[in-house]
Design a protein around this ligand. Sequence first.
Ligand code: NAP
Length: 320
Amino acid sequence: MKAIQVHKFGGSEVMKLENISELVPGKNQIKIEVKAIGVNPVDTYIRAGIYPIKPDLPYSPGKDASGIITEIGSEVKLKKIGDRVYTCGCISGSYAEELICDENQAFILPENCSFSTGAALGVPYSTAFIALNIRAQAAAGETVLIHGASGAVGLAAIQIAKSHGLRVIGTAGTEQGLKLLWDQGVIAALNHNQDNYLNSINDLTAGAGVDVVLEMLANVNLDNDLKLLAANGRVVIIGSRGTIEIDPRDTMGKNASILGMSLFNTQAEQLQQIHATIKTGLINGRYRPVINSELPLADAPKAHDLVMQNGVNGKIILIP
Ligand code: NAP
């Protein structure tokens, strides 16, 4: 079967489509015929060798995919051959025609969801759910600023926040991105590439500030985020690509909290609970991933270059 292989860490060109030997699932594992693959920024950090966790070489990249179960291990209990599933994490790498994952890394894909939709769920929806509901403990009626709302995690966060009764302010860096945010039902869409774009937050919150910030680029925005918070406000750091200076005093008078998060800290059982809740949103149509483009698996290098660009607005999917 064909899979993208990485033999050395480096630029996107180190990914090659190659023939590799057939995969055999272990006793708690399932084998999936992959129909669609979700490309995430973390896949590029790992490929470049700049992520703290480095796989042994050679490896196949990718955590998110969707497809049909073709084989199950002897101790698999809740999944069967023929099930349509999507993954959040996998053992063999998702950039392939087939993958192996633990049974509890796969979730049933509702009938009303396409395989591309399934491939867009794992990392983005898990991350948005954990940031909003578990780390920030956001409550209905609160106001959330999604700083970087036009990307895969940000769009998932808008949909989850709205379905929980939050008021959502989002930022994007292009006119198309801003339109997308309005279409998703935010109360305000602000352009993070314009000067003074945060000035209207005061009016939008009647002077109180925002209760929660979900931050996709903390190394640029954290200092400003702290100044925008309401009393007892929380900033959840989802993405950061460098360092920043802040004034710790900005947290003191407001009892503010800065909360880090990594999806990879989530236990398998908790991930199952999270996706049981996400399933409801998929079935009732409130959660609908925005797909930017679908590319053939051989174009994985192009997909990695694209996912690191600004103005992409939604998810990049690879099709094997
Ligand atoms: P993505 O689809 O590439 O989206 C990136 C987002 O960042 C876009 O909305 C982009 O907006 C926005 N952005 C660009 N410049 C910005 C600025 N100055 N201020 C605020 N936002 C800005 O990536 P993603 O999949 O949504 O992931 C977002 C970040 O979270 C990435 O850094 C990723 O590595 C990280 N992440 C972390 C976890 C975790 O467990 N902590 C999990 C998943 C993802 P425009 O393109 O419109 O400018």
